[in-house]
Design a protein around this ligand. Sequence first.
Ligand code: IMP
Length: 488
Amino acid sequence: MNDNQERLRELLQQHQTLVVVGANWGDEGKGKVIDKVLGFYDVAARFSGGANAGHTIFTRSGKKLISHLIPCGLAQNKICVLARGEFFNLELFLKELEESKNILGGVLSPIYIDQQAALWTPYHRLFESYIEIMRGSAKIGTTNKGIGPLEGIYKLRLAPVVGQLFEKDLLLVSLQSLYNVLKPCFDYTAFSGQITEIIPTPQEVLESLVNQAVNIKDFVTDTSFLLYEQLKNGKRILFEGAQATGLDAWWGTYPYVSSGNSVAAGAALGTGLAMENFQATILVAKILPTRVGAGPFPSEMWERQKAMDFARSHAELFADKTAAADFLAEKLHRINSGSASNAEMSQYFQVLGDERGATTGRGRSIGFLDIPWLLYAIRINNPKFIALTRFDMLSKIKSIPVVVSYKLDGEILPDGKLPPSWALSKVETIKDDWLCFEHDISGISDFNNLPQSAQDFIIRLEKRLGVPILLIGTGPGREAIIVRTVDK
Ligand code: IMP
């Protein structure tokens, strides 16, 4: 075990449970952080979100695995749990299972799915299309995985649930109720020609689901009890967050959010374990936060749609790093000479960081480091540690604006306080220029090997956040991560 791993082991051994959640609007690199700490845990559990997530992880032999529904823990042979708070899509699960088998080879570790998790049907997808059509220009720009309907229909007490896959009569009753309630919406969109596909009958949906369900019969159980027993038997559990604080249905930028409980408290609700079982949280923050879809993003560099379209209209810059080299060199020169516009900065960091969604392929809009937002995320999640990802993005940059406070109606907002979501796009972001580092820090895994100005950046940020920055990502590779010595 190298120094980094030994340091982590010492810190984490006292936490039988650990929650990992995102600070921004997703895509913080939670997969990499989870991968780093997984070795110290026996069980990996997902408690929120669904197939809208996309975590990139690497297997021990260096193969790339993108997990959507199954916890990242699968790549390290951990017992995997899809708890009640995770929305379940049977078809996508089976596809992911097959892909995982191909990549990981042989027998997979045990996987458990909660018997009462909301079960996806084609009606959820159609209803999501209907809602987005009806919202018109106020649409959210969802991942189109039926997530909002899965949560909403569950709360309306109309949801088919996973265990009903083995109770055909019950499932048919659920499907029929759901169909009856949604049919007028489907008829409306069919009538107006906005949705043209043929809507399957409840009986057809039932047959399709039940036929596929034979493949998961042994996976379905009461995962709350299972996790409770695992804890009682001394097993160590890692709770893998999906989406992030800004996308939490309650504490994110409502209504431009996902529909699950993606903050740390969601781990208790989503697993059915009592609150005192959760011992520590790691909040994963991206050095330059990103956002896809619609909704407020106070530190955003450029216009959302332009940033999102940029990845598509300049696909060559993303597909081939050598094609990108000239572009990056020119933009870097302009950034360091102080002549780059915010749009150019956004383009530079989008290309440099390959900022495209793992689930949707859409370009991600990029923002400056946003301390007031992070202080809010810290208040909501109360993390023991912070993992700061993609710090290497600031390599070779002389200095960068950092948002240090929000001002609204002439008043600086107190730390940890946000206005309501609808006013968030009106806050004035007060920025300071922070010195960066003209060296390339990619791949550095020892804090002492960072240039002094990079160390100073981290220490300055840590003081302002008031939470130890334990992990620092310095590149995409598994070893490109620093583990700092911090107080326990
Ligand atoms: P939904 O989760 O598909 O309902 O989408 C709601 C919003 O959350 C949209 O803006 C999505 O782009 C965003 N979103 C959902 N999951 C992720 C994610 O894993 N990363 C980034 N954005 C996400």
